[in-house]
Write a protein that binds this ligand. Structure first.
Ligand SMILES: Nc1nc2c(ncn2[C@@H]2O[C@H](COP(=O)(O)OP(=O)(O)OP(=O)(O)O)[C@@H](O)[C@H]2O)c(=O)[nH]1
Ligand SMILES: Nc1nc2c(ncn2[C@@H]2O[C@H](COP(=O)(O)OP(=O)(O)OP(=O)(O)O)[C@@H](O)[C@H]2O)c(=O)[nH]1
Ligand SMILES: [Mg+2]
Ligand SMILES: [Mg+2]
Lengths: 291, 277
């Protein structure tokens, strides 16, 4: 991985006093390649590299570490800084229900994670309600209903009518039925589809979500910034769920999404089963991205 | 590069940036720019506007020719559709079925995803839209058994093309990849030349992990072609260039939307142009 590459780069530096700019430049080339190969966005890599460089040049080579280890340590720290701390809390509303809205590109894992969240919150003693607002994808409503049945969580659906109306009515239903959590599943959409992005804005205005969570596929490449930025600019995101982390992708999209939106990644999707949901660990993600 | 006045390091860097941001990958982007520099020297190019064109030449060379789906002229053709979760397999099968049906082919679908919630219902709706039948069993059934059933039905009904849908699976899940190999074996036993196409569906938003996907799906099921979906988004799908470096699998079709007609043959020149659009 990167550690070994940097050890090799710095082999001849053992016993030297300080890391010079030339030494660091060489190391930065390795770091840049590692991050790009891990799918971190090009511009995010550029900013990160300049910050790492600033910290690394002129650093006293510590007794306990080799120069290579020292640079890796700085890279690691800067990545964790960028990714933020452990933050998996769902903001519970002062007046129920807490409304959670899941958004994102086609196939990211929204419907599955709506069910996973409902399952998690139910285990925590809450009474969640799922709302089926994807009226476009064939059998999308059925999919949510099947999942709801598996975890014994009710699914509110009005068939294929206006998603905004379904969302509004589901909120009404949650209040009447004492559901303290409402999770709204929306159809996958492109961030460049104006009409569908407008639909999300309308849903948001109608139900005033406490949490709007963007579901992002962990294997997303450079495009992650475009998607995250657009959804954040148009909706205002409260957090991100990174799905399919049970794959072997390095997951650089995590860094890109956090860098461009500032939103915390709250959960990791680690499988297809309902219980495959974990709190997102920024430090573990940093190690995974570095490879 | 549109405003550049001469060919310099900045221009090469700019072009390399475009490639990397298209998910072409750091190594492949570097190799392409190296080839570009060589061409510029050999052909004594001085006009900066030529750089993009020469780069496209190299990209086209890497992508090869258009590669159509194999259709047997006088017997059953079987297509096995595979890929990781959520990339667009089921939707693509719906589009492909319609497309082939419009060409006068008699098409049959097999609901080979017996695992995911409402997967069978989803394919049935697509079958309905395309005007083709779907062979299915109950949720939880053995997908190899569904494939077997579908093959028997396809043969007895003298169908032209059978398309088998499979559950999404991550390539690093050994047991799921074993299951896929088993499905392929069952198909082969029933019809020796089948599957005639093993189509790996790749999502254009996927980064470098796509290379690993191709490798492992190839190992498990001998992929014969790639279908690149969601090119109607802002992702460029540049990973297919990196893939050509590792495993020569032709991209045969592209998905450009969620409608039944949103499937086109893959055209290398169009793809190369789109990288710089
Ligand atoms: N391995 C794995 N698969 C996942 C994970 N999350 C979702 N999936 C799978 O990914 C596929 C897509 O999930 P969906 O929940 O249908 O995605 P979606 O965002 O609702 O899709 P659209 O509604 O079409 O936009 C399904 O096969 C899921 O089982 C995960 O964390 N790990
Ligand atoms: N914009 C766009 N969306 C697409 C395209 N192809 C598929 N989709 C969407 O992607 C989502 C997932 O499609 P599916 O066909 O369910 O994908 P899959 O690979 O069968 O998913 P699993 O069976 O769960 O692994 C759906 O919302 C589709 O409408 C495409 O070319 N463009
Ligand atoms: Mg969904
Ligand atoms: Mg499917």
């Amino acid at each position: 991985g990167l550690s070994e590459k940097l050890q090799a780069t710095f082999k001849r530096l053992r016993g030297k006093g300080k890391l010079t700019e030339a030494d660091v430049n060489e190391a930065m080339r390795e770091v840049r390649v590692a991050l790009l190969e891990a799918d971190v966005n090009f511009k995010v890599v550029k900013d990160l590299i300049s910050r790492i460089k600033e910290r690394a040049v002129g650093q006293q080579v510590l007794e306990s570490l080799t120069p290579g280890q020292q640079v890796v340590k700085i890279v690691h720290e800067e990545m964790i800084n960028l990714m933020g701390g452990l933050e998996s809390k769902i903001q519970i509303a002062s007046k129920p229900p807490t409304v959670i809205m899941l958004v994102g590109l086609q196939g990211a894992g929204k419907t599955t994670h709506g069910a996973k969240l409902a399952n998690l919150l139910k285990k925590q003693g809450k009474r969640p309600l799922l709302a089926a607002c994807d009226i476009y994808r064939p059998a999308a409503i059925k999919q949510l209903e099947v999942l709801g049945e598996q975890i014994k969580v009710p699914v509110f659906s009005l068939g294929q009518i206006s998603p905004v109306k379904i969302a509004a009515d589901s909120l009404e239903h949650a209040r009447k039925n004492g559901n303290d959590i409402l999770i709204i599943d929306t159809a996958g959409r492109l961030h460049i589809n104006e009409e569908l992005m407008e639909e999300l804005v309308s849903i948001r205005e109608k139900v005033q979500p406490n949490e709007i969570l963007l579901v992002v596929d962990a294997m997303t490449g450079q495009d992650a910034v475009n998607v995250a930025e657009a959804f954040h600019n148009q909706l205002g995101l409260d957090g991100v769920i990174l799905s399919k982390l049970d794959g072997d992708t390095r997951g650089g999209a995590a860094l890109s999404v956090k860098a461009v939106t500032g939103c915390p990644i709250k959960f990791s999707g680690v499988g297809e089963k309902i219980d495959a949901l974990e709190v997102f660990h920024p430090d573990r993600m940093a190690s995974r991205i570095l490879g | 590069f549109t405003g550049a006045h001469r060919i310099d390091e900045d221009l090469y860097e700019e072009l390399e940036e475009v490639l990397i941001q298209s998910d072409i990958g750091v190594t492949t982007s570097f190799e392409l720019v190296t080839l570009l520099r060589k061409s510029v020297k050999e052909r004594k190019i001085s006009d900066p506007l030529m750089l993009q064109e020469v780069l496209k030449e190299h990209i086209n060379a890497l992508l090869g020719e258009e590669s159509p789906l194999y259709i047997s002229p006088d017997s059953l053709s079987v297509y096995l559709v595979v890929g990781v979760n959520g990339v667009g397999k089921t939707t693509t099968i719906g589009k492909l079925a319609k497309n082939l049906q419009l060409q006068g082919k008699n098409v049959l679908l097999a609901a080979g995803d017996t695992f995911r919630a409402a997967a069978i219902e989803q394919l049935e709706i697509w079958g309905d839209r395309a005007g083709v039948e779907v062979i299915k069993q109950t949720e939880g059934a053995d997908p190899a058994a569904v494939a077997y059933d579908a093959l028997r039905a396809a043969k007895s009904r003298k169908v032209d093309i059978l398309i088998v849908d499979t559950a999404g699976r991550l390539h690093n899940k050994v047991n799921l990849m074993k299951e896929l190999s088993k499905i392929k074996k069952v198909i082969q036993r029933e019809v020796p030349e089948a599957p005639h196409e093993v189509l790996l569906v790749l999502d254009a938003t996927t980064g470098q992990n796509a290379i690993q996907q191709v490798k492992l799906f190839q190992e498990a099921a001998d992929v014969t072609g790639i279908i690149l979906t969601k090119l109607d988004g802002t992702a460029k799908g540049g990973v297919i260039l990196g893939i050509q470096g590792e495993a020569r699998v032709p991209v045969k079709l592209i998905g450009i939307g969620e409608g039944i007609n949103d499937l086109k043959p893959f055209n290398p020149a169009e793809f190369a142009n789109a990288l710089f659009a």
